[in-house]
Design a protein. Structure first.
Length: 679
């Protein structure tokens, strides 16, 4: 048998290595040709090629109310801008441009800092003057040019700062704006130029490198102050958010939404910038443009006509009760759709005794100010008792004054008590004692008589606090409402957890809640136990054409744990408040709207400072929550009137009820006038 000859691959490997060697040799020769023999030629050619990409802002999206009325618009204005060139520029040349501009425009110098002034002084100093600022020994200790500059800045005194004239201060203000921007990006120096300013600058533009007059836009508000606080503001990116915005592709000098809806929907409203590419090769230039698109539009749930009526209703009631407040006059109200969570109107009024401006609007107080809400939360207390099994529909308690060891006597507003009453009557007449009995039983306390121990302990009281607060949060009291705003307040929990404060919690006189939370609470009951996410924006639309990009559908946050039977029983109690209880008189003129609701008052004390003396005055926070119509609710509402005087001091009573009644009338009157409109 013949032996197989073993193959030898060495020649093939040698050929492969030789090929690689020859290829690398060619590459090295080519690089040598480019870099050594013709390096200067190619570098000169590269210098001839310049490409700039300039981004131009576009108008922000518009904001409409639920009926298509423009709430936030854009107004055309002219701005003067400066574009930092891509090649390094001497700061003194920028100052010269600022000096020229200072003859035609004035930029607010209030933002000029001490460091800005010192930087300006050092830039304007002769080299010999700067050398005198610090000794040679100190200079030698500087570890870098930056370290040396820091020493020079520190060496400047108030005498140096005092040499700055008013004109120089305006120059610094302009210079400060010019250097805020990025390379090849227009930086606004001043917005909303007058015609005279535009004309003057335009005539000398050829003497001002980098300066341009650009068409710009600013926000305008057709409804003035109405709902204004919630719309938010636009401004330069706040310093504390610079890194976040840069990471998202923004430039330092961009105008962004900085509060409320403008901030919440920044990504929707900002639009797509226009881009202009400018390429130069020697004397040959080419341009290409990519058009931008203004931001997408928002459609709100707000009915601006109802909003304006609500604001007028509040203001009229505040004027009627001008002398009914301990110090500041204020009131807050929300009207919403309990089925969808859409906010139809929400307004706040504040006439502070020491206010410095003419506006009396405090709309955002609806979401960021919290108060003890008093008896208006009692429906949650009754439902908590039902769910925990300490009461049942029809359970009766004896309404009389309760005396517990270490706790002040606790009773109902009716000093003689109501006697034996059930849950519906307790809501109708706003019995405190009925709610106390629920709270005591939750803590294993069964009241037997004056000053007798009832069986509760620190542990059972603590468990009762947790039970009540967890239950209340299912309605939205003390919890996130889900509203589409960047900031809102969730109220505060009292820190003392003794038995007496537990009873206060049951009648709404311990933890604090916002007016918006109060509205979500009553809306949850009106909606048969379903707590809806609150929202202000219902649709996001394309600009111009208006095609819907996103529709915000109603969203259920949770369903309260109580049974349908328990919810219906509590709803009946709320209806009786308006038909037979302490709200009957004030709602008697609108029986056709079938309102259900609950009154509330919470005791407050306010300290009035007069010189070194503080006078404590007792007062109350008036509240009212409700919904209508009873059988098929279209609206739910909450009204809070804080820090009113007591009626013994001649204060106007029922202010919250008046506002709630008139808001209900306004809603249904508008509905009737809009025949055929279903929104």
């Amino acid at each position: 048998m013949k032996k197989k000859r073993r193959m030898n691959h060495i020649p093939r490997i040698n050929i492969l290595f030789l090929s690689i060697f020859l290829l690398f040799s060619c590459l090295i020769v080519r690089l040598g040709y480019i870099q050594i023999l013709n390096g200067e030629v190619f570098a000169d050619q590269l210098d001839l090629v310049r490409e700039r990409m300039i981004q131009t802002d576009v108008p922000r999206g518009l904001i409409f109310d639920r009926y298509g009325n423009i709430v936030v618009n854009n107004e055309v204005e002219m701005s003067v801008t400066y574009m930092m060139p891509s090649i390094q520029t001497n700061p003194t040349s920028i100052i010269k441009i600022a000096e020229t501009l200072a003859s035609f425009i004035i930029v607010d110098p209030s933002k000029v800092t001490e460091r800005d002034k010192k930087d300006f002084i050092l830039l304007m100093m002769e080299e010999k003057e700067r050398e005198k600022l610090i000794s040679k020994e100190e200079r030698s200790k500087a570890d870098s040019p930056a370290g040396l500059y820091r020493l020079e800045v520190e060496a400047l005194t108030d005498d140096h700062l005092n040499t700055i004239s008013e004109r120089e201060l305006h120059i610094i203000a302009i210079f400060r704006e010019m250097i805020q921007g990025s390379i090849d990006t227009p930086q606004r120096i001043k917005r909303n130029l007058t015609n005279a300013e535009v004309h003057a600058i335009s005539e000398i533009l050829d003497q001002l490198p980098g300066i341009d007059i650009q068409l710009d836009s600013s926000r305008s508000y057709p409804y003035g102050d109405s709902f204004r606080g919630f719309l938010g503001n636009v401004n330069m990116i706040p310093n504390e958010k610079i890194r976040s915005y840069l990471a998202r592709g923004y430039e330092r000098n961009e105008i962004v939404g900085v509060s409320y809806l403008e901030e919440q929907y920044e990504g929707v409203l900002k639009g797509i910038k226009a881009v202009t590419s400018h390429e130069e090769y020697g004397e040959v230039q080419s341009f290409s443009e990519k058009g931008g698109q203004r931001g997408d539009d928002l459609s709100l749930s707000i009915d601006m006509e109802l909003q304006q009526r609500l604001e007028n209703i509040i203001e009229n009631e505040m004027d009627s009760g001008k002398n009914s407040f301990i110090q500041d006059r204020s009131a807050y109200a929300v009207v919403m759709n309990p089925r969808t969570g859409e906010i139809l109107a929400m307004a706040g009024f504040l006439d502070a005794f020491d206010r410095e401006n003419s506006s009396r609007s405090d709309h955002v107080g609806v979401v960021n100010k919290a108060f003890e809400m008093g008896s208006s939360v009692k429906a949650a207390s009754v439902l908590t008792g039902f769910h925990e099994g300490v009461t049942a529909p029809g359970t009766k308690f004896n309404d009389r004054t309760i005396y517990l060891p270490g706790t002040p006597p606790k009773g109902t507003w009716n000093k003689t008590g109501f006697g034996w009453i059930d849950d519906r009557y307790a809501l109708e007449q706003s019995s405190n004692v009925y709610m106390f009995e629920i709270g005591m039983r939750l803590a294993n306390c069964y009241y037997a008589g004056p000053n007798q121990t009832c069986g509760w302990t620190g542990e059972t009281i603590g468990e009762a606090y947790n039970t009540v607060r967890n239950s209340f949060s299912q309605f939205g009291l003390g919890a996130e409402t889900g509203i589409d705003l960047p900031t809102s307040f969730n109220g505060m929990q009292g820190s003392n957890t003794n038995g007496g404060k537990l009873l206060d919690l049951m009648i709404g006189q311990y933890d604090t809640y916002t007016t918006l939370q109060l509205a979500q609470y009553i809306a949850t009951i009106a909606n048969d136990g379903y707590r809806m996410k609150l929202n202000l924006v219902t649709e996001i639309r394309e600009p111009v054409a208006g095609a819907i990009l996103r529709k915000v559908e109603p969203s259920v946050l949770n369903r309260i744990e109580m049974t349908d039977e328990h919810i219906r029983r509590t709803q009946e109690g709320l209806r009786r408040v308006v038909t037979h209880g302490n709200a009957a008189a004030r709602f008697s003129d609108i029986p056709q709207y079938q309102v259900a609701g609950k009154t509330g008052t919470a005791q407050v004390t306010v300290g009035i400072q007069e010189g070194e003396k503080t006078t404590v005055i007792n007062g109350e926070t008036q509240t009212f929550v409700g919904y209508a119509p009873f059988d098929n609710p279209e609206i739910a509402f909450a009204v809070v009137v804080p820090h009113a005087k007591l009626d013994i001091h001649g204060a106007r009573q029922g202010m919250a009820q008046h506002i709630a009644r008139d808001a209900t009338k306004a809603y249904f009157e508008l509905k009737e006038s809009r025949t055929g409109l279903s929104k």
